[in-house]
Design a protein around this ligand. Structure first.
Ligand SMILES: NC(=O)c1ccc[n+]([C@@H]2O[C@H](COP(=O)([O-])OP(=O)(O)OC[C@H]3O[C@@H](n4cnc5c(N)ncnc54)[C@H](O)[C@@H]3O)[C@@H](O)[C@H]2O)c1
Ligand SMILES: [Zn+2]
Length: 355
């Protein structure tokens, strides 16, 4: 088992990574204070995982609450459904919530945990690659509003993150690939060794060889933990994790959430950011080609939607949470393995990239 630590003073917590972690009761029990546990999951995952996890935790008073599957249900309505379940069950502040699922479940459950009776404990059990390498670590919780994604939320850290590599075996290939986009992202923005490891282990990753998955998940979590420990609330270095996301969010929003998966849009966004960096002489053609080759290897797109024009990108990018004083902030690779925040990208540069 790999154990990492997110160092945030009294809010520090461990990340456990191993095969079968989800069925290791001791990993849970160390982090459950009271006698009551509520598993939050979705309709798809409840039959696959939740029944077994509930049995495993039978020493507690365990219940399961589900919401429908999908980004469309990362809403205040789902939040209220879970809240109503907790209130009608007379759960007190000693309840521990377990977020069992992908990023949608993690984000909604985290926000419920942050606000139920002003805050209760929760444990992340991420089951998608994206949530294992990204969303379950770092304490960003949220639901969507019709006027904007992730617009209602809180920074609220879990008590532990339990990553079971075996859970990825049932994940659809397209979702696995979307998670790989975030893995590639960590390589470009701060970990050239990870980037090179991906290049030489393409077949092993696609075959989901456990030791290889374990290594890449560990590296990503370590990168994220280091950044979060320096800048929990994203006033500085944490913004680097948004490499590819300014462009990517525009694609997701314009195409309608769910049509393009988040990771697919980020894959394109990373290439667009790299093209911008190339214009500035920071990356070479060969560097950009290496990124495109990794995208190709995981069937990820490197080009935006053909029908999407420059004019369609701009309004979305101006709404981005990274906008400060009307300037769009971009994360650009300075070279492979290091990224910086840039605020002086010109309209003509953007036009060159997006037209
Ligand atoms: N909090 C953060 O820091 C952060 C970071 C990145 C993304 N996010 C959020 O995460 C969400 C995306 O997360 P996601 O990509 O995990 O999507 P998701 O939670 O929608 O999961 C994708 C699909 O895979 C299914 N699934 C999950 N695990 C499975 C398994 N083991 N086997 C079979 N099917 C499985 C789900 O039911 C769902 O249909 C977005 O809402 C995004 O905003 C949050
Ligand atoms: Zn992302």
């Amino acid at each position: 088992m790999e154990t990492l630590n997110v160092s945030l003073g009294e809010r520090s917590y461990p990340i456990y990574i191993k095969q079968g972690a989800m069925f290791d009761a001791s990993l849970f029990s160390q982090h459950i204070k009271g006698t009551k546990v509520v598993i939050v999951t979705n309709d798809t995952l409840a039959p696959i995982f939740a029944t077994e996890v509930a049995e495993l935790l039978s020493q507690y008073d365990v219940a399961t609450v589900t919401i429908p599957d999908g980004e469309a249900y990362k809403t205040l309505a789902s939040y209220e459904h879970i809240m109503s379940f907790l209130l009608s069950g007379n759960y007190g502040r000693d309840v521990t919530l377990i977020a069992l699922g992908g990023g949608v479940i993690g984000d909604v459950t985290g926000f419920v945990a942050a606000t139920y009776q002003r805050g209760v404990d929760f444990i992340q059990v991420p089951t998608t690659l994206l949530s294992q390498v990204d969303s379950s670590v770092g304490g960003k919780t949220a639901v969507n509003h019709p006027l904007g994604k992730n617009m209602i939320g809180a920074f609220y850290q879990p008590k532990a993150v339990i990553i079971d590599i075996d859970s990825l075996s049932s994940l659809p290939d397209r979702e696995f690939s979307a998670g790989m986009a975030e893995v590639i992202k960590y390589g470009i923005l701060g970990d050239i060794q990870l980037f090179e490891y991906l290049e030489v282990n393409l077949a092993e990753i696609s075959a989901k060889v456990p030791s290889v998955l374990s290594y890449i998940i560990k590296q990503c979590c370590q990168n994220k933990a280091d950044i979060v420990a320096q800048d929990e609330k994203e006033s500085g270095v944490r913004a680097l994790l948004n490499l590819g996301h300014t462009f990517g969010h525009a694609i997701e929003a314009e195409m309608g959430y769910g049509n393009w998966l988040h990771g697919e849009a980020v894959a394109v966004g990373m290439v667009q950011a790299s093209e911008l960096a190339k214009l500035r002489g920071w990356l070479s053609d060969a560097d950009v080609n290496r990124i495109v080759a990794l995208n190709d290897a995981f069937s990820l797109p490197s080009k935006g939607p053909a029908q999407m024009s420059y004019e369609q990108y701009i309004p979305h990018m101006k709404k981005d949470k990274k906008v400060q004083a009307q300037t769009i902030r971009f994360v650009l690779p300075k070279h492979l393995g290091e990224a910086i925040l840039v605020t002086d990208v010109t309209e003509s540069e953007l036009k060159l990239i997006l037209q």
